[in-house]
Design a protein around this ligand. Structure first.
Ligand SMILES: NC(=O)c1ccc[n+]([C@@H]2O[C@H](COP(=O)([O-])OP(=O)(O)OC[C@H]3O[C@@H](n4cnc5c(N)ncnc54)[C@H](O)[C@@H]3O)[C@@H](O)[C@H]2O)c1
Length: 336
């Protein structure tokens, strides 16, 4: 079966996912496109999906009998309405992060999916598909003993002027929030944020860097450094300290040189390159599950927990070092 996919939001990542589906992956084809900026959908049709129909609204695309499954890659604030419409139509739906911009919005999606009675939603937390994190999880699960501490870092060379302090959580750390919970098979119970002095490259509305400290239900303490004006490169670090040993996320492949009396490796500078292969793996997983009328991978519950945790981390930024409790509701059996 070829899964007929409709893409809502054909900007940077929507276009790239359409390219993956039509040119890289197997088992699916892009048959429909929609974007509030119609010219963007027209451009993707002409460059990548010549046979796709263009719909004026995402809702019309979702209800089309020619669409089997939906990709939601529009702006974050519009995700909830489209995911809810896809669930109402009973169609598998891949939603880029965030699942919703509020925890209440994510809960409405969880409730709708639970009422439907079957998984339909995959959230775009692609790090779970990265070969480095998958290998690290194997070590954490089987080799280093029970995890006690995690030291992680998320460093960007620079961010746009409009990037302000809470975005360090909602836009940047959201990936650590999801992947570390998956890596440890654990849930968060509290968050604290510490601010060293701001780096000179930051500005009045961005306190950068910051250190987020998360405590888990099993008693692991996680520190995540977020430094979005680090200047030198795009650098993701993760070290798990267990009872018996330490496991570290592998560096991206880079040619090591001995040149001019220096031993060196390049460091990536563009975030798009860091997890490039994982996007292919996550979307193939979506296609394979959609062919069976369901969804795989990170689920709505994961998106909901990420939203609750993000809100707590932003509250912790405002609490200036004080701990903020993270209280999760009971998980529905659909997500066990
Ligand atoms: N997983 C990742 O690593 C990753 C990477 C990049 C982006 N994203 C997420 O993907 C989403 C899109 O990001 P982007 O970088 O492609 O942004 P973008 O601005 O390049 O593209 C978004 C597109 O959505 C369209 N759009 C906005 N509102 C719409 C609506 N109501 N209906 C239909 N189309 C609408 C815009 O016109 C635009 O073409 C964001 O939620 C972002 O967080 C995730």
């Amino acid at each position: 079966m070829t899964v007929r996919i409709g893409v809502i939001g054909t900007g940077a990542i929507g276009r790239d996912h359409a390219r993956r589906i039509n040119q890289v992956l197997g088992g699916a084809t892009v048959v429909a496109l929609s974007d509030v900026n119609r010219a963007s959908a027209e451009a993707v049709k002409s460059d990548i999906a010549p046979d796709a129909a263009i719909f004026t609204t995402g809702e019309e695309l979702i209800s089309s009998p020619d669409v089997d499954a939906v990709l939601v890659t529009s702006w974050g604030a519009t995700h909830e309405q489209y995911v809810l419409a896809a669930i109402a139509a009973g169609k598998p739906c891949f939603c880029e992060k965030p699942l919703a911009t509020t925890a209440d919005g994510a809960k409405r999606i969880v409730d709708a999916e639970v009422a439907h009675g079957k998984r339909l939603v995959q959230v775009g937390f692609m790090r779970r598909y990265d070969a480095g994190y998958v290998a690290l999880k194997q070590f954490v699960d089987t080799k280093i003993g029970a995890p006690i501490m995690v030291h992680a870092a998320h460093r960007n060379p620079a961010v746009p002027e409009q990037y302000v302090t809470p975005m360090a959580i909602h836009d940047t750390m959201i990936h650590e929030i999801d992947v570390l919970r998956w890596l440890l098979d654990d849930d968060y119970i509290s968050a604290r944020v510490l601010f060293p002095r701001s780096a000179a490259r930051s500005h009045a509305k961005l306190r950068d860097p910051q250190i987020v400290i998360l405590e888990t239900a099993k008693g692991t303490i996680i520190d995540v450094e977020i430094f979005v004006n680090c200047h030198y490169g795009y650098d993701i670090q993760c070290e798990v300290v267990g009872e018996d040993g330490v496991a570290t996320l592998p560096e991206p492949m880079a040619i090591q040189t001995r040149l001019g009396a220096k031993l060196q490796n390049d460091i990536l500078t563009d975030w798009k390159d860091r997890f490039i292969a994982s996007y292919d793996v996550e979307l193939q997983d979506f296609i394979n599950a959609a062919a069976k009328g369901t969804a795989a991978g990170p689920n709505s519950w994961d998106g909901y927990v990420a939203a609750i945790t993000s809100d707590a981390c932003v509250a912790a930024q405002e609490a200036e070092g004080g701990a903020v409790a993270i209280n999760l509701p009971t998980r529905s059996a659909l997500y066990n």
